[in-house]
Design a protein around this ligand. Structure first.
Ligand SMILES: CC(C)(COP(=O)(O)OP(=O)(O)OC[C@H]1O[C@@H](n2cnc3c(N)ncnc32)[C@H](O)[C@@H]1OP(=O)(O)O)[C@@H](O)C(=O)NCCC(=O)NCCS
Length: 308
């Protein structure tokens, strides 16, 4: 156990699942993804799922993950809303910053949040985090997903899995969708062609619509392995008809795979695709540009460097 004032901290263990789930059940009307990824998060020895206690009470949780070598990602920050004690979120974040301040070959410290999450924004901006990117969260309608279940899983015969990296990457480049990040299920991975190939192309997550040998539309669609959510990390088409045909197949596949809904987090470069998705029934919650990525300037880490 480590301590900081009234708070004590420790790495979560497998047998903490029940109390962590109980805490999460009080947040977002019980619709928190953390119980679904608890087992994987606890098993992550490179990162850490951390628990914060006040006395015997579990007061908060948070996860440190790695998006790639040197790219730290903070996620899953939660405080028990029934506790009146203040400073739980700040104490958990400060603990990670203190730890990362001593880490060699650190490249970045980032997290994402929703534009209207005032607690998260105030807390993290107060610690020194700066907003570095914005994207637009678009969700497929849950009723539309149910409707797709009534339809056969396959769709247009012009649609097939794309395996050729040069073809896929040429389409991605011409789309302009990706800037610095690939967003998937509330995480933002640094964009790189290698990442795209290894994570999406090779495992068979790229679907394309080929018309007379021309790639007219392409989508990356998968079920996020940790959160169990349907995810669309990339989608674009050269025209509305191709977009509609491909999206129909993507939606049917996701519906038959058993996800209740699916989401895309669209970077600013994905304006054309955003238009297609919106026209085809994917909606925003409150406004466009509602997904924020924050980064901690590494030069400020000295504030958190304690003498060992
Ligand atoms: C985000 C969360 C962990 C913050 O935890 P917390 O323990 O309440 O935060 P702290 O007490 O450390 O507050 C840190 C700062 O944020 C401010 N803050 C907390 N809740 C706030 C709110 N709802 N609106 C505006 N500011 C808020 C505090 O006043 C404090 O600022 P101050 O030091 O200037 O007074 C907690 O609100 C929570 O569990 N929310 C639901 C889950 C969530 O949204 N997680 C973040 C996902 S990105």
């Amino acid at each position: 156990m480590e301590s900081d004032g009234i708070f004590t901290f420790r790495r979560a263990r497998p047998d903490d699942k029940e109390q962590v789930s109980r805490l999460c059940a009080k947040i977002w009307e019980g619709d928190d993804y953390i119980p679904r990824c608890f087992d994987e998060w606890v098993a992550d020895q490179d990162g850490e799922l951390s628990l914060c206690f006040v006395g015997e009470d579990l007061a908060g949780i948070s996860k440190l993950s790695w998006m790639g070598p040197g790219d730290a990602w903070l996620e899953g920050l939660r405080k028990d809303p029934d506790l009146t004690v203040k400073g739980v979120g700040a104490a958990l974040s400060k603990r990670y910053l203190t730890r990362l301040a001593h880490k060699e070959s650190l490249r970045s410290i980032r997290f994402s949040t929703y534009f209207a999450n005032h607690a998260s924004i105030k807390l993290n901006e107060g610690m020194g985090f700066q907003r570095i990117a914005t994207a637009s969260f678009k969700e497929m309608d849950a009723d539309a997903m149910k409707q797709r279940l009534q339809e056969p899983p396959t769709g247009d015969p012009r649609i097939s899995m794309i395996r050729d990296a040069a073809t896929a990457l040429a389409f991605v480049q011409s789309s302009g969708w990706f800037g610095d990040f690939i967003h998937q299920a509330w995480r933002s991975y640094p964009w790189s062609e290698n990442f795209f190939i290894h994570r999406y192309l090779e495992p068979g997550h790229c679907l394309g619509l080929l018309d007379n040998g021309q790639l007219k539309a392409m989508a990356v669609s998968l079920i996020d392995p940790m959160k169990g959510e349907g995810s669309l990390p990339f989608f674009d088409a050269v025209d509305a008809a191709s977009a509609e045909a491909l999206l129909e197949t993507v939606e049917r596949r996701l519906a038959h795979a058993g996800v209740p809904t699916a989401a895309a987090i669209i970077p600013p470069g994905g304006t054309r695709a955003n238009g297609f998705l919106s026209a085809l029934g994917w909606h925003t919650w409150e406004q466009e540009e509602d997904y924020f990525v924050y980064e901690f300037p590494l030069e400020l880490l000295s504030r958190y460097r304690t003498v060992p």
